[in-house]
Design a binder for this molecule. Structure first.
Ligand code: ZN
Length: 302
C-alpha cells in the first residue's frame, strides 16, 4: 500500500486539457507539477507562468495542487477556486470519488479550458473496533441532538476560504508514532457499522505534544465534544483544514496564527476513543482527504 501511494504521489504527467468553447485556445499541458509553489520566489518566466498544469491522475483522498495562469477563473466541484498570485489552486478528492474529475480554467483573455483528471481507486479494508463506550455508538436522543449541534459548529469552521497559501508548504507529522488507523477504512464499532474513518490515527502516549503539521489559523477549539473530545481545527487556507481530536489539552485559541511545528495541544483519549492516540483529519471544505497522502506528497517536493 505504501509503495502504491508513493507511486501515485510521484505522478507528474499533466492532465488532459481540452478547450471548452474554442479550438484556437493555447494551453500547454506539460512540465512538472508545482508541488510547493513558493509565493516569494522570483517571478517565473512569462511562458512558464502561463501554463495550466494538473496531475494526470490522483488517488482517492488526495489533496490536488494545480497551476493556472495568474488571474484565471477556476471552477471545480461546484466551487470557484481561490487562485494565488502565483497561480496555484488546490482542491480535495473524496474517499469515494470516481473520475474523471473536471476542472474548468478561464485564463485572462483566453478561451475556457477543461482539465480531465483520472482518479485511482483505493482499497479500504474493514477495521473491527471493540471496547468503545456503548453510549458513544448508540447515543440516546438528547445526546444525538448535542452531537448534531457540535458537528454544525465544526462544519461552519470548515466553510472558510482564507487567502493564506499555508496548504502549499510540505506537511510534517504532528506527532511521531505508529499509524493505528488509516483514512477511509470501514469502521465497525462494537459490531455496528460506522462510516469510513475520516482521518489517520497515530498512537502516542497521553500528554505527547501535538505540533502543527503546517502553518495555519485556529478556527475552532473545544475541550469536550461528545464524540471527539478535545477538538482543534487549524485552517491552512483555500478551504484546506486539519482537525485534531481526542486531545487531553489544548494550547491554542480561536484566531491564533500558528507556525508550522508550533504546539497546539496534547495527545489524549477524550471522546470516542479506546486509548490515547491522535486522530488527525484533513478537509477541503466538507470533503475529507487523507493526511497520509499529504505527508507523502511533501516527501516528493523539491
Ligand atoms: Zn481516528
Amino acid at each position: 500500500m505504501r509503495i502504491a501511494l508513493r507511486a501515485a504521489a510521484l505522478t507528474v504527467a499533466a492532465a488532459t486539457l481540452a478547450p471548452v468553447a474554442s479550438a484556437s485556445a493555447q494551453v500547454v499541458a506539460s512540465g512538472t507539477i508545482p508541488d510547493t509553489p513558493a509565493e516569494t520566489a522570483p517571478a517565473a518566466s512569462a511562458s512558464a507562468d502561463a501554463r495550466t498544469v494538473f496531475p494526470a491522475s490522483v488517488p482517492q483522498g488526495a489533496m490536488v495542487i494545480g497551476k493556472v495562469p495568474p488571474g484565471s477563473v477556476v471552477r471545480y466541484g461546484g466551487r470557484q477556486l481561490r487562485v494565488t498570485p502565483y497561480g496555484s489552486v488546490v482542491f480535495g478528492v473524496g474517499r469515494d470519488a470516481t473520475g474523471p474529475l473536471s476542472v474548468e480554467v478561464q485564463a485572462p483573455g483566453g478561451a475556457p479550458q477543461r482539465a480531465a483528471i483520472a482518479v485511482t481507486p483505493r482499497d479500504f479494508p474493514t477495521e473491527y473496533i471493540q471496547g468503545v463506550p456503548p453510549k458513544t455508538v448508540n447515543p440516546p436522543p438528547e445526546i444525538a441532538a448535542r452531537i448534531e449541534r457540535e458537528q454544525a459548529q465544526v462544519t461552519a469552521a470548515r466553510a472558510r476560504d482564507d487567502e493564506r497559501p499555508d496548504f502549499a508548504q510540505p506537511f510534517q507529522w504532528p506527532v511521531q508514532g505508529r499509524i493505528s488507523g488509516r483514512f477511509g477504512n470501514q469502521r465497525v464499532y462494537n459490531g455496528k457499522k460506522g462510516s469510513g474513518h475520516s482521518g489517520m490515527d497515530i498512537a502516542a502516549p497521553t500528554g505527547t505534544p501535538v505540533k502543527a503539521p503546517a502553518a495555519g489559523v485556529i478556527t475552532f477549539a473545544a475541550p469536550d465534544l461528545y464524540l471527539t473530545g478535545g477538538t482543534v481545527l487549524l485552517d491552512h487556507g483555500h478551504g484546506i483544514s486539519s482537525n485534531f481530536l481526542h486531545l487531553s489539552r489544548i494550547d491554542a485559541k480561536v484566531g491564533d496564527r500558528i507556525a508550522q511545528g508550533q504546539v497546539i495541544g496534547a495527545v489524549g483519549a477524550t471522546g470516542r476513543a479506546t486509548g490515547p492516540h491522535l486522530h488527525w483529519g484533513m478537509n477541503w471544505f466538507d470533503v475529507r482527504i487523507d493526511p497520509l497522502l499529504v505527508l507523502e506528497r511533501a516527501k516528493t517536493a523539491p
